[in-house]
Design a binder for this molecule. Structure first.
Ligand code: ADP
Ligand code: NG1
Length: 457
């Protein structure tokens, strides 16, 4: 479907959060907003770190979002303010939009969205804008606060400049332009932020981008819990190191099978070229790649490239320092996780009697693979996942990039209250810092709707 992000009429006075933000806008800029825009965060149910390898993922949007007020002017500047005092005011000339990836300040994510729209339409004179932003997604916790900010900025820039795009097109633009901040994500977050629909999770497929409804089983709910360790993707190299390891594994597997390896960049492309199953890809990984980390020298020798070519063609700006790469483990995770996503979707589709247990098992296998093969968990998150399982979840796993942040647990509906109580007691109550964060750190989530423009009635 080629629908555009919706424009919804709203009675501002009936929505306390929007009304408060409108007041803040009037106070700050001395005029009323022309319109509002919001974009949700997401929880990924299964399919971690495989979107940038070209494989499908299975997220749902959450209720928490980034909401912005917008007034438009011809002053030639973009003025930003935020309800959270931690995020300082910022003003920039429309003629001088620059993003400093060495200093990932909050407003650079906003500018990613602006730049994406500007470049897509070749806009030479961007409309001047004044915005106040308000976010309810815990940052750096795997629930896509950064992408919600990029998507919200992309959406409001499109509207302020009287342009229009389908959900698919704007999702693709926002996925690409978030790379300006330095992280090489795969597009899951921006796709679900625009293509989400209330009441259904989505299987997101790439190339071409599509979102297919996935009906979650009755009788269970999904609960998000935050281990209260933040991991900022753009300010660290963990994330891009995994992207690079997958890229190098792609080249090594392709070379071993005499494919034209220099034009392949994603693990899914190797499978597509070989026309084999995911199971066969797992065997190929075992046959071709060794479990010891690969040195730069070994990679260059096997691919027949120079150290300079490795740096410029395969590594990103923030991974130039890496000396060793775990290719076997990362590729095994990716092909195994891609298979689990398909199994998860198939269980949801066919609804066997034991659906909940089967889905829970897949989530547990996913966490084990993230922890052991992809090494993107951390002790606090592992502890939280263990507590969730002991508290009644049938499945529990880290969600999002990892190295901190949130777990998602599948809990039989009748156990929900006792589950929340037990997790509270075992994980949050013993630590005063976590206790204060508990309200926004432990909550049930239903599939929410996608990004939209709001216009006052
Ligand atoms: P996530 O996993 O949530 O996407 P990232 O570490 O990639 O986490 O991005 C978090 C960054 O996004 C924050 O450091 C901040 O710059 C920006 N951000 C998140 N929420 C907000 C907000 N409410 N207002 C402004 N910037 C935000
Ligand atoms: P979060 O959890 O928002 O940091 C990141 C990537 C996704 C995906 C997941 C791991 C970005 C913007 N997002 O998400 O594309 O790769 O990690 O599955 O880079």
């Amino acid at each position: 479907m080629t629908t555009n992000p919706p424009k919804l009429k709203t009675t501002v006075a009936a929505n306390e959060r929007v009304q408060k933000l409108k007041n803040a806008h009037e106070q700050k800029y001395g005029k009323s907003p022309l319109f509002y825009a919001y974009a949700p965060g997401r929880v990924n149910l299964i399919g971690e770190h495989i979107d940038y390898c070209g494989y499908s993922v299975l997220p749902m949007a959450i209720e928490q979002n980034i909401l912005a007020t917008v007034s438009v002017n011809d002053a030639g500047t973009i003025q930003l303010a935020n309800t959270n005092p931690h995020y300082k005011d910022f003003t920039v000339s429309c003629a001088d939009i620059k993003i400093d990836r060495d200093d990932p300040q909050w407003y650079y994510y906003f500018l990613c969205g602006v730049k994406g729209i500007q470049e897509n339409f070749g806009i030479s004179h961007l409309a001047g804008m004044q915005c106040v932003l308000d976010g309810t997604i815990p940052p750096s916790s795997g629930l896509s606060s950064s992408s919600a900010l990029v998507c919200c900025a992309g959406l409001l820039t499109m509207e302020a400049n009287n342009k229009s795009l389908s959900k698919v097109a704007i999702a693709e633009i926002c996925a690409k332009c978030e790379h300006y901040i330095g992280t090489e994500g795969g597009g899951m977050d921006q796709s679900i932020s625009f293509m989400a629909e209330e009441g259904t999770a989505k299987l997101i497929e790439f190339n071409p981008l599509r979102a297919i409804d996935v009906k979650l089983p009755d009788g269970a709910v999904f609960v998000i819990s935050n281990c209260c360790v933040e991991m900022n993707k753009a300010a660290s190299s963990h994330f891009n190191i995994r992207v690079v390891e997958c890229r190098i594994a792609t080249k090594m597997l392709a070379k071993a099978r005499n494919l034209e390896w220099s034009r392949l960049f994603k693990l899914a492309q190797v499978q597509a070229e070989l026309k084999v199953s995911l199971g066969e890809m797992l065997s190929l990984v075992d046959e071709v790649l060794h479990t010891e980390p690969y040195s730069r020298e070994e990679i260059c020798k096997t691919l027949g490239i120079t150290p300079e070519e490795l740096c410029t063609d395969l590594l990103s700006a923030n991974t130039q320092h890496v000396t060793h790469f775990k290719l076997h483990q990362r590729a095994r995770h990716v092909y195994g996780e891609a298979e689990r996503v398909l199994q998860f979707e198939s269980v949801c589709d066919s609804e066997p009697a034991e659906s909940i247990q089967l889905l829970g098992d897949l989530m547990n296998q996913s966490h084990a693979s993230c922890r052991n093969l992809y090494e993107c968990s951390c002790p606090e998150l592992d502890q939280l996942v263990d507590i969730c399982l002991k508290s009644g979840a049938v499945g529990s796993r880290l969600t999002g990039a990892g190295w901190g942040g949130c777990a998602v647990s599948m809990v039989p509906t009748e156990k929900m209250d006792s589950f929340l109580q037990a997790v509270r007691k075992a994980f949050y109550a013993p630590d005063p810092r976590k206790t204060t964060m508990e309200k926004q750190s432990l909550f049930m989530s239903k599939p929410g709707g996608g990004a939209a423009i709001l216009i006052e009635e």
